[in-house]
Ligand binder design. Structure first.
Ligand code: PRP
Length: 210
């Protein structure tokens, strides 16, 4: 059984958050050409606040259950790091590495496993942690794959979702933000392995990939 603790608030003071916000422009300037980004879509502050909110819901929903978090590499690294720390109890973490995009901006629909889970899912309550649901093809494949391994329950948490890009319907219980179909980068999301370390989610300027 995971050891449960009393809920606690995130130990980030308003001062620290506002000073982060003040540094955003120079951070973007240092991590890539700011002209590569057409628009900041979701700020770091909005992301952290939303993950706090989702963590409270998840904590309530799983208060009597053994929860395991499964992150989908590589994009979900930042979401997992902040979401897991917002949870008021310990939850084991495992990772699956898949890729469906390669160097393209469009999902191929062909999912390749690059690293499998270390955990036996039989009888486990699984929460898949994703950065984005775009076409939904990756998650559709993952859900089928995990169901075949005997998980007791499977839910999905996704920071971002593009409803207008959906090719398959994914039942996602915990959604951060619904966004337009623009190609977005930052907070784990990449284009050609760049921009993952941006603190915000931003729209990539079309001239970068056209
Ligand atoms: C991205 C993202 C999701 C998937 C969503 O992964 O992290 O896993 O695409 O797209 P879909 O809903 O259209 O299937 P990607 O394949 O780019 O690999 P990465 O996480 O390593 O960047």
């Amino acid at each position: 059984m995971p050891r449960r603790e009393e809920p606690r608030t995130r130990p980030i003071s308003p001062v620290r958050r506002s000073s982060r916000s003040g540094r955003l422009k120079s951070i973007h300037a240092r991590r890539g050409d700011p002209d590569d980004l057409a628009q900041i879509l979701v700020t770091e502050e909005e992301i952290l606040a939303k993950l706090d909110e989702l963590a409270l819901r998840v904590a309530e929903d799983y208060k009597d259950k053994d929860l395991i978090l499964v992150g989908v590499l590589k994009g979900a690294v930042m979401v997992m790091a902040d979401f897991a720390r917002a949870l008021p109890f310990h939850a084991p973490m495992d990772w699956m590495a898949v890729s469906s995009y390669g160097a393209s901006t469009k999902s191929s629909g062909v999912v390749q496993i690059r690293k499998d889970l270390d955990t036996d899912l039989n009888g486990k309550h699984l929460l898949i942690v994703e950065d984005i649901i775009d076409s939904g093809l990756t998650l559709s494949w993952l859900l089928e794959n995990f169901q075949s391994r005997g998980a007791e329950s499977i839910e999905v948490l996704a920071l971002l979702r593009k409803p207008e890009a959906a090719k398959v319907v994914i039942d996602c219980k915990y959604v951060g933000f619904d966004i337009p179909t623009d190609f977005v980068v930052g907070y784990g999301l990449d284009y050609n392995e760049r921009y993952r370390n941006l603190r915000d989610v931003a729209v990539l300027a079309p001239h970068v990939y056209s």
